[in-house]
Design a binder for this molecule. Sequence first.
Ligand code: BES
Ligand code: ZN
Length: 608
Amino acid sequence: MAPPHPRDPSTAANYEQVTVSHYALKWKVDFEKKHIAGDVSITLDVKQDTERIVLDTRDLSVQSVALNLNGEPKKAGFTLEDNQALGQKLVITTESLKSGDRPVLEIKYESSNNAAALQFLTAEQTTDRAPYLFSQCQAINARSIVPCMDTPSVKSTYEAEVCVPIGLTCLMSAIGQGSTPSECGKRTIFSFKQPVSIPSYLLAIVVGHLERKEISERCAVWAEPSQAEASFYEFAETEKILKVAEDVAGPYVWGRYDLVVLPATFPFGGMENPCLTFITPTLLAGDRSLVNVIAHEISHSWTGNLVTNFSWEHFWLNEGFTVFLERKIHGKMYGELERQFESESGYEEALVRTVNDVFGPDHEYTKLVQNLGNADPDDAFSSVPYEKGSALLFTIEQALGDNSRFEQFLRDYIQKYAYKTVSTEEWKEYLYDSFTDKKVILDNIDWNLWLHKAGLPPKPKYDSTPMQACKDLAAKWTTEGSEAPTDGEVFAKMSNSQKLAVLDAVRVNKTMFGDRMPALTATYKLDQAKNAELKFSWLMLGLETKWSPIVDASLAFALAVGRMKYCKPIYRSLFGWSATRDRAISQFKANIPNMHPITVKAIQSLLK
Ligand code: BES
Ligand code: ZN
């Protein structure tokens, strides 16, 4: 038996005594006050006799708390107590509750106008000039919009009635139940139901001027009207990817799979909110070259949303598995060699760089299983759980030597832990139970090194043919004495991910690169790149080689794009270069009112 879990350190909830089975939300979205006025009924499930219910909050003002048991009111008092980086605890003291009781808590509250999960945009701040609101609850921001047990180890269903100004559309991470005009005629009330139990971090809302385009019977894309057509084109393959994902992972249980393309301030590439993935507009490359993000978010429908990491210390069980599945899907669609290439790129471009350059190889956050303590899990966020995690799965699959059996194991694992949460130890135990005939092979894996040691893990063996072609081309730019290419044809014909690998290989060997930045830019037309990944790589190469013509373009990109994967390294680089530091700081400070609170916090931490 796997050892019992240690507690989830990122929550104050006393989930050992009481859990939440259902949230019923009544929200009024107020664009003037930039907050949500809320009423929530929380159905509890008492596991052990108790006189306390502890919930997580962050900057909420709580007006009243009432408790009902079997329709009878019960005494309940409450206090809000500081919980440092984790917000405030809402401690509710009650008459004694008995194991098996199913009381209902009624809480009236308001979110702060600076709620960590929310960004309110004024009409002037959006592409189509209408007020806009969107949330981002992962990892521990749900507590800033509703008092809750904000831990992935508790799963609950939810329903919601959301009142928004007339003319705007509201969507949630749930199945829409239609809308009705409010009594005053100035607002619309949208209803939702999420019948599948989900962890709190998957609660999500978006409100705006949104247009819907149907992709298939169960898939649609939502966007501001001026981006609807481009979004529809970019993500037209969604249903196809979803079908391949079902072949790999099992039946899709969430009913709908819709996408919503958010404003450019959205801090992430994508967020796997159930029934409604949130997407950055930086994916609108015009050529479908960035839809791997869709394959990634679709994969979370199994790894993450169905089988959920027990706590953020086991985040790799969400992201490492999802990256692995995303590449399995690509392997089925474009061939095994593509999967090998993407996996190798992930190791070299993301993992090596993060471990060696961003953190340093001894850093706590380069461990696969993390010790978070009181830290905000967002502080530990990096590509490590993604790429170290998927590299571990790749290594195990290869060692076992039978890909179709390993895929069957993944399906069985998903089925076993569906609707539940899982820790690293439980997963590992299930792996051993599934391969009793291969124990010797599994024992050969250095588990302690992979799971608990900082730094780079051993590089898996990949078929490096496509990667080698990229490195060879890059070498022409970085080898002293070699003639730099003057013909951009070879590069132009490459896939987007190969182009990125070429630039990455140049970046790695940039010491030899000298003053070839203008030639590289012109030959590969990098200053015209529409693809955000390519543009970002070019900007970083320019910044790292201190090529001054890159500065204006970098500042402009960091201003336009709130996706942290891009603006964080760009600002880090600009802050670290004496010639650009002051300009970058003043641009960042002036832009804070336009930025998402999560991004502001991340960039501010670079200045500390
Ligand atoms: N769930 C993550 C985003 C996330 C993680 C938000 C942790 C907040 C806290 C999402 O699935 C993700 O990984 N997005 C990536 C996509 C990429 C790996 C294909 C992103 O945003 O770039
Ligand atoms: Zn993910």
